[in-house]
Design a protein around this ligand. Structure first.
Ligand SMILES: [Zn+2]
Length: 514
C-alpha cells in the first residue's frame, strides 16, 4: 500500500518501455556471487523437498516461502521520488529487479515459461495453460520497491518462532516494543512464527511478503506440472510506494481477465475498493500594477480569487476531518505564490468512492472557477490529474467471490474492506479500469514503521490462497468482452516482442523460448 502524500508529485507522463532481457553476464547489477547464491538456495530447496526433509510438500514450500522473504529483506530497494525524472529509478531498484528476475529464471526457464523485463524494471511472467478447457486468464501482481518514508537500508530481520504472547522488544535502546496490549492481533500469534526488524529500519514486508507469496506460487506451479492451471500473467513492479506502479506498466504484457494483487494486511482482510484520487491545480493569474490606481491601470489581485474558489469548493462537511467510512473529501492542500508572475496556485485533493460524488465535485470546481474569474476579472487555468482509481469501478464481476472462496479454502474467513487510500491495482486501474483488482492479505502489520512485523501464518495463507485462485478460476465463466480485450493485448504483445527481437539481438535469448 502507499501513502497519499507521495502521490502529490506524480508526473502524469506515459512513455514506452522497450523490452530487454537482462543476461547476468552483461548485467552490472548482478555479480556472479549473487547468481551462485541464488542457485545454491534453489538447489537446496529442491533437495530438501525431494529427500523428505519436510513431512509434506506443502511444508517444504512453506519453508521456502519464509526463506525467500528473509532473503528479500536483505536487498535494499527503496523507491525515491525524483521530480526531474519521469519514472524515477535508482541502482538499488535495478539490482533488486535483476536478482528477482534471475531467481525466477531458475524455475521458469525449465518450465518453458516466457519471462520479460522491461527497461524500467517491470518483471513479466506468462504461464501457458496446461489444460484443454478454455478458462479466463488469471493475473497476479505485487511490488518489490519499499517506501522511502522511513529508513530501509541494511534491514536485519529477526525470526521469532513459537511466540509466547509476551513483549517483543524490537529495539531495547529505542524502547520499541510490541505486545498484545498495543497490538491486539499479535495476541492471536501465540505459538506462531513472527518476523520483526531490529528497530533501526522498517521490515519491508510491504511488499516483499507479497512478492515472496507470488514467486513461491509460481515456483510451486513450475515444479509440479501435475497441478492443473489455465493461462496466468504475472507482473512485479517497482515504484508502488511512490504512487507510480501504473506509470511504467506495459498493458500488452499484463492484461489478465481476472487480476489479483498481493499487498494487503492480515487475517483474511481483502481490499476490494479504494478512493478514486484526483489532484486539481487551479492557477489564478493576477495582473501587475500599483494597487492605488487599480481602477484604471488593470491591476488585479489573485489571492482574493483563490480565497473565493477555496470557499466555494470546500464547505465544512467536505473537509477530510468530517469524512469517515465511505465518504470522500476535498482538501485545498496548499497554495503557492509566484511573485514574479503574480500567480497564486491552489492545489486541491479530491478523494471519493462514489463516481457520482466525483462528478458533482468537478462540476462544482468548474463553477467556482468560472464565478471567480468573472467576479474578480482574472484569468484562471485549471489542470485536473487522475492519481489513482477505485478498483471497484471496473473489477471483474466474479473477482470478489473468487478471492473469498480462495481465502476460505486456505483456512481464513474473508473480510472485505474499502481502503481510504490507494493500492497498486488502483494505480493500474487509472490506466485501464479493467485492471482494478482485489488486494489480498500477505501478513503485513504496521507497514512503513519501525514496529512493522510479519505474520508467517498469514504469509502462508496468501500463498495457499494464490494456489486456490489458480484452481477456482477454472470454474469461472468467461466474460466475452474482457476475454476479447485480453486476447487483443496478447497479440499486440507478440508483435511488439517480435519487433524488439528484430531490433535488439539481446532479446533473442528470451523470446526464442517455447
Ligand atoms: Zn505496498
Amino acid at each position: 500500500m502507499t501513502h497519499n502524500k507521495t502521490l502529490l508529485l506524480l508526473a502524469a507522463v506515459m512513455f514506452a518501455c522497450p523490452l530487454v532481457f537482462a543476461q547476468p553476464a552483461d548485467n552490472k547489477y548482478l555479480t556472479s556471487e549473487d547468481v551462485i547464491e541464488l542457485e545454491l538456495r534453489h538447489d537446496l530447496q529442491q533437495k530438501n523437498r525431494l529427500t523428505g526433509k519436510f513431512a509434506t510438500v506443502e511444508d517444504s514450500y512453506r519453508s521456502a516461502l519464509l526463506e525467500r522473504f528473509l532473503a528479500y529483506t536483505k536487498v535494499d530497494s527503496q523507491s525515491q521520488l525524483d521530480e526531474n525524472m519521469a519514472f524515477p529509478m535508482n541502482d538499488n531498484l535495478r539490482r533488486t529487479a535483476a536478482l528477482l528476475y534471475q531467481e525466477i529464471q531458475l524455475f521458469a526457464k525449465p518450465a518453458g515459461w516466457k519471462t520479460y523485463m522491461s527497461e524500467n524494471q517491470y518483471i513479466y511472467i506468462h504461464i501457458p495453460s496446461n489444460i484443454k478447457k478454455k478458462v479466463p486468464v488469471l493475473g497476479f501482481s505485487a511490488h518489490y520497491d519499499t517506501t522511502p518514508d522511513i529508513p530501509g537500508s541494511g534491514i536485519k530481520a529477526r525470526v521469532i518462532k513459537n511466540y509466547d504472547g509476551g513483549d517483543v522488544v524490537i529495539n531495547q535502546e529505542k524502547n520499541i516494543v510490541i505486545n498484545p496490549q498495543n497490538e491486539p492481533y499479535l495476541g492471536k500469534m501465540i505459538g506462531q512464527t513472527i518476523v520483526v526488524s531490529d528497530g533501526n529500519t522498517m521490515l519491508s514486508a510491504d511488499d516483499k511478503a507479497g512478492v515472496a507469496a507470488v514467486v513461491t506460487t509460481l515456483q510451486t506451479l513450475a515444479e509440479n506440472p501435475n497441478i492443473k492451471h489455465g493461462p496466468i500473467q504475472v507482473v512485479i513492479t517497482p515504484n508502488e510506494d511512490i504512487g507510480m506502479a501504473g506509470e511504467g506498466l506495459d498493458m500488452d504484457l499484463y492484461y489478465p481477465e481476472i487480476p489479483f494483487d498481493f499487498d494487503a494486511g492480515v487475517n483474511g482482510e481483502v481490499i476490494v475498493a479504494n478512493f478514486s484520487a484526483y489532484g486539481a491545480l487551479v492557477k489564478i493569474h493576477g495582473v501587475h500594477g500599483h494597487q492605488s490606481y487599480a481602477a484604471t491601470n488593470g491591476y488585479r489581485n489573485a489571492t482574493i480569487a483563490a480565497a473565493a474558489i477555496i470557499q466555494d469548493m470546500t464547505p465544512l462537511e467536505d473537509l477530510p476531518n468530517y469524512s469517515t467510512g465511505e465518504d470522500g473529501y476535498i482538501e485545498p492542500h496548499h497554495t503557492t505564490y509566484d511573485a514574479q508572475n503574480n500567480v497564486v496556485t491552489v492545489d486541491f485533493r479530491l478523494r471519493f468512492f462514489d463516481p457520482k460524488q466525483g462528478e458533482d465535485w468537478f462540476k462544482r470546481l468548474d463553477k467556482a472557477v468560472a464565478d471567480a474569474a468573472q467576479k474578480y476579472d482574472v484569468k484562471i487555468e485549471k489542470q485536473v490529474t487522475k492519481q489513482y482509481t477505485n478498483v471497484a469501478d471496473g473489477m471483474h464481476p466474479a473477482a470478489q467471490q473468487l478471492v473469498g472462496k480462495a481465502l476460505q479454502a486456505a483456512g481464513v474467513q474473508p473480510k472485505f474492506l474499502k481502503e481510504r487510500a490507494g493500492t497498486g491495482p488502483a494505480m493500474f486501474a487509472k490506466r485501464d479500469i479493467c485492471l482494478g483488482a482485489p488486494c489480498l492479505p500477505t501478513g503485513q502489520n504496521n507497514p512503513h514503521s519501525f514496529k512493522e512485523w510479519l505474520s508467517e501464518k498469514d504469509l502462508f495463507v496468501a500463498y495457499k490462497a494464490a494456489l486456490n485462485l489458480v484452481k477456482f478460476v477454472q470454474d469461472v465463466p468467461s466474460v466475452p468482452q474482457r476475454a476479447q480485450k485480453t486476447q487483443q493485448r496478447a497479440e499486440a504483445a507478440k508483435a511488439k516482442l517480435l519487433n524488439a527481437l528484430k531490433k535488439d539481438q539481446k532479446v533473442q535469448g528470451i523470446i526464442k523460448g517455447k
